[in-house]
Structure formats: structure tokens, C-alpha cells
Design a protein around this ligand. Structure first.
Ligand SMILES: NC(=O)c1ccc[n+]([C@@H]2O[C@H](COP(=O)([O-])OP(=O)(O)OC[C@H]3O[C@@H](n4cnc5c(N)ncnc54)[C@H](OP(=O)(O)O)[C@@H]3O)[C@@H](O)[C@H]2O)c1
Length: 250
């Protein structure tokens, strides 16, 4: 029997899982994207776009689509709400739910990390001891740093922040990862960066800045991931497919 799997996607892992299920003899992927990107990449198989309307909306959507037999939450590690909505709706519908998430980065010897819970804590640390700071975070997350007018910021962003908070000293660098170690080293050196502020996204595409920081003695203010529901959790697409095979043995 063919089994439909709802993938809460929009991430590298979500796209890879949709591709793997599209090639699988027993599973059919249905991907859901939040709809924040103007022209998102199309995942393999069926796709629906836009919020469901909270946990109740998701539950209603699942009731109307009884062929969905499991959900895999592969939203970004810093997408803080969707995982909770999915946990509530799946509990109500008695549907199995798995979290597919790339592992967090961990500090290794030589790293100068301070881990923080939010951007206010990050701004307080930066204010106390930094001069030249690379902000490698979402363009909607800049505001708490704009009031630090004695610090020079280099803001790396995929798209131009709109609206741009009123920084006293800031330069914008439009760039999309992956970033290589040599380029990251050159960037930190040429801008005389003493601190990087970023979030613990994990993965390889933006990891080089951490190795470059370690080499150059640059501090890292690392935002921890938000708390998630207590769920079965895997790190790879292969493990997610294996989990699906256990809940729906052929
Ligand atoms: N936050 C980040 O740093 C980050 C980075 C890269 C990519 N993303 C991706 O961007 C999307 C939105 O991020 P966010 O931080 O706003 O997430 P969020 O706080 O978890 O979600 C906010 C709302 O967006 C809707 N939503 C989120 N993911 C969805 C999905 N896959 N399908 C349908 N609706 C979805 C839900 O709306 P309803 O309540 O109406 O259902 C949810 O309540 C996520 O899919 C995430 O994977 C986020």
C-alpha cells in the first residue's frame, strides 16, 4: 500500500527527504512550505504552500487528508513554532511524528564561544567587549544590535535587510553560502573582526566561519537553538526513511 508522508520542509533536509521518498516504492511525499520565499525551489512530488492556521488548522487539514499516515518535521532548527503545532496536531490525530534535524555545532578546543538564549543577551556581550563584529544572522534579527553605536558591524545577509535598522556604523555584505574556509579567513582578517554573532544552525554550508574564528582567535557569540517538543529525533534522511519503514512495515 502506498503511504503518504507530510514533510514540513523548506530546508536542505526537507528537499532531500522529498527526493528520497519520491523514489521509494511505498512512500509518497507531500511537502509543506511556509511560503516566506518568493520563488522557492520545488520539492519532488506534491507541494502545498502557506501556514495551516496554527495547530487547529493543521489538525483540520489532516482530517481532510486522511491518507497522510505520518509527519516529518524538518523545519529549520530556529523555526520555533511549527514543531510545537505539529506535535499538538499529531497527538490529537494519533499520527506518528518524527523530527529530522541536522546536529547542532559543538565547541571544540580552541573555540572562544559564548552561548546565549536570545539576541538581547548577545547584544549585551558584544556591547561589553567587542569593537568590530560580523553579524551572520537573519535580516529580521538585527534590531537589538542597532543601538550599539560605538561598534562597527559587518552584516552578512542573503537579501538586503528591509527595512534596515538605523545602525551608526554598519556595512552590508550580500552573500549566500556555502562559504569556504579561505574566504572566511580573508573576510575576518580584512575587516579586523573580533567577534562573530550567529545562531547554531549546524550543517556544513556556513560552518567554515567557526573554523576561521578558531584559527584567528575571534570570539563567537552563538545563539542556542529554541526548545522543541520531546519527539523521536534523527539527523539524516536515511534514518528518517528507516523510521518510516518501522511505523509502516511493508
Ligand atoms: N527561523 C529561521 O532561522 C529559518 C531559517 C531558514 C529557513 N526557515 C524556514 O522558514 C519557515 C518559517 O520560519 P519561522 O521561523 O517563521 O518558523 P516558525 O516560527 O516555526 O513558524 C511560524 C509559522 O509559519 C508557518 N510555517 C512554518 N513552517 C511551515 C511549513 N513548513 N509549512 C507550512 N507552514 C509553516 C506556520 O504557520 P501556521 O501556524 O499558520 O500553520 C507557523 O506557525 C520554516 O519552514 C523554516 O524551516 C527558517
Amino acid at each position: 500500500m502506498n503511504v503518504e508522508v507530510l514533510i514540513l520542509g523548506g530546508t536542505t533536509e526537507g528537499y532531500a527527504l522529498a527526493a528520497a521518498l519520491a523514489d521509494h516504492p511505498r512512500f509518497t511525499p507531500v511537502s509543506s512550505l511556509a511560503g516566506r520565499t518568493a520563488s522557492p525551489r520545488s520539492p519532488a512530488g506534491e507541494v502545498r504552500i502557506g501556514g495551516f492556521g496554527g495547530p487547529d488548522g493543521l489538525e483540520a487539514w489532516l482530517r481532510a487528508r486522511p491518507t497522510i499516515a505520518a509527519i516529518i518535521d524538518s523545519t529549520h532548527p530556529f523555526a520555533s513554532r511549527m514543531g510545537w503545532n505539529a506535535a499538538t496536531a499529531c497527538a490529537a490525530r494519533a499520527l506518528p511524528l518524527l523530527r529530522l534535524e541536522r546536529p547542532a555545532w559543538r565547541a571544540v578546543p580552541g573555540d572562544l564561544w559564548d552561548e546565549v538564549e536570545d539576541w538581547e543577551q548577545a547584544a549585551a556581550l558584544v556591547s561589553a567587549r567587542s569593537r568590530r563584529v560580523l553579524l551572520a544572522l537573519g535580516r529580521q534579527e538585527l534590531e537589538p544590535f542597532a543601538r550599539l553605536d560605538t561598534i562597527r558591524f559587518l552584516i552578512r545577509s542573503v537579501e538586503r535587510p528591509e527595512p534596515m535598522p538605523a545602525f551608526a556604523q554598519a556595512e552590508i555584505l550580500l552573500a549566500r553560502g556555502p562559504f569556504g574556509l579561505e574566504d572566511e579567513r580573508a573576510l575576518l582578517s580584512s575587516h579586523e573582526i573580533d567577534t562573530i554573532v550567529c545562531k547554531n544552525s549546524g550543517g556544513t554550508a556556513t560552518e567554515s566561519k567557526l573554523a576561521a574564528a578558531r584559527e584567528l582567535g575571534v570570539r563567537v557569540v552563538m545563539r542556542r537553538r529554541p526548545r522543541r517538543p520531546d519527539l523521536p529525533n534523527v539527523a539524516t534522511v536515511a534514518e528518517a526513511v528507516a523510521w518510516l519503514e518501522t511505523i509502516s512495515p511493508g
